[in-house]
Design a protein around this ligand. Structure first.
Ligand SMILES: [Zn+2]
Length: 293
């Protein structure tokens, strides 16, 4: 076994191939992160490109109607434009989440650095910059292929409404989401079903209070005794994020990575939101935490 195993990054520059003017979910999020990760020496990286996802895997989480809808050239909502080939971009992002699951099971530290994000996509609807729910697709794949207890930890500043809706009362799965509330998409004020636990934090809450909510959710996750942890890693609770009144600082994302590592359970992370120009640094800090650096 390698003494210093590199972190595996699953990514593909092709995911920068769609954009619309002034949209915060932009190619530079990935391109800037690639540039930083390629030009640093502190964190060894093992690069991998995503494979493929099949319809059967997608249809555990989504309706056939949504899959068909991705090919219709019409915007989904004001935030979620139709792009040429968006279905293929969404599939590549879901495929990367599945590969991240595979790598976690093989004992690797792994991060899916792809767009579009996924946690707002519901069974039937693309919304909130999301087209397919990458994390839910990967969790349902895990549950179908032997995982007995899978926990989702979602630290994106927005409630993962799609993940909650898809995984609600799914046996052997628990979802822990820490988010600002009230905020987009307007859900996540209270727990849902038997297995979706929400930790809403008021806007303009002091940083320590936000950190305490993140820690409380981790404690509850630990009590669930997962054999696998799937992380929806959104970096938009950051102080300088342009979309939300975030309060977290760079070192908080390092702490998140460290704390998740300390669970000692196979784990994979997929990129959700994060729209500040400092996203690359936040991701690097998180990954260093995950790697115990
Ligand atoms: Zn978000």
């Amino acid at each position: 076994m390698l003494k210093f195993a590199p972190v595996k990054i699953i990514t593909d520059e092709h995911c920068a191939g769609y954009s619309s003017p002034r949209h915060p979910e932009c190619p530079q999020r990935i391109l800037g992160t690639l540039e930083l990760l390629r030009n640093q020496a502190g964190l060894p990286v093992d690069w991998a490109a995503p494979g493929r996802v099949n319809d059967e895997q997608i249809l555990r989480a989504h309706s056939a109607a949504l899959l068909a809808r991705l090919n219709e050239p019409q915007d989904f909502d004001a935030d979620t434009p139709f792009y040429e080939n968006i279905g293929e971009y969404a599939r590549a992002s879901a495929a990367a989440a599945l590969d991240a699951l595979k790598a976690a099971r093989a004992g690797e530290n792994v991060f899916s650095l792809m767009r579009p994000p996924g946690h707002h996509a519901t069974r039937d609807e693309a919304m909130g910059f999301c087209y397919l729910n990458n994390i839910a697709i990967a969790v349902l794949e895990a549950a179908t292929t032997g995982a007995k207890r899978v926990a989702v930890y979602d630290f994106d500043v927005h409630h993962g409404n799609g993940t909650e809706a898809i995984l609600l009362d799914q046996p052997g799965v628990a979802v822990f989401s820490i988010h600002q509330y009230p905020c987009y998409p307007g859900t996540g004020a209270t727990n849902a079903g038997k297995n979706c636990f929400n930790y809403p934090v008021q806007p303009f809450t002091p940083r320590e209070t936000y950190r305490a909510a993140l820690a409380r959710a981790l404690d509850d996750l630990r009590k669930f005794r997962p054999d696998l942890v799937a992380v929806s890693a959104g970096f938009d609770a950051y102080l300088h994020d342009p979309l939300v009144q975030g309060v977290l600082e760079l070192e908080d994302f390092h702490w998140l990575g460290e704390s998740l590592r300390a669970l000692g359970v196979p784990m994979f992370s997929v990129l959700e939101g994060g729209y500040s120009g400092e996203l690359p640094k936040l991701i690097l800090a998180y990954l260093k935490g995950v790697e115990g650096k």
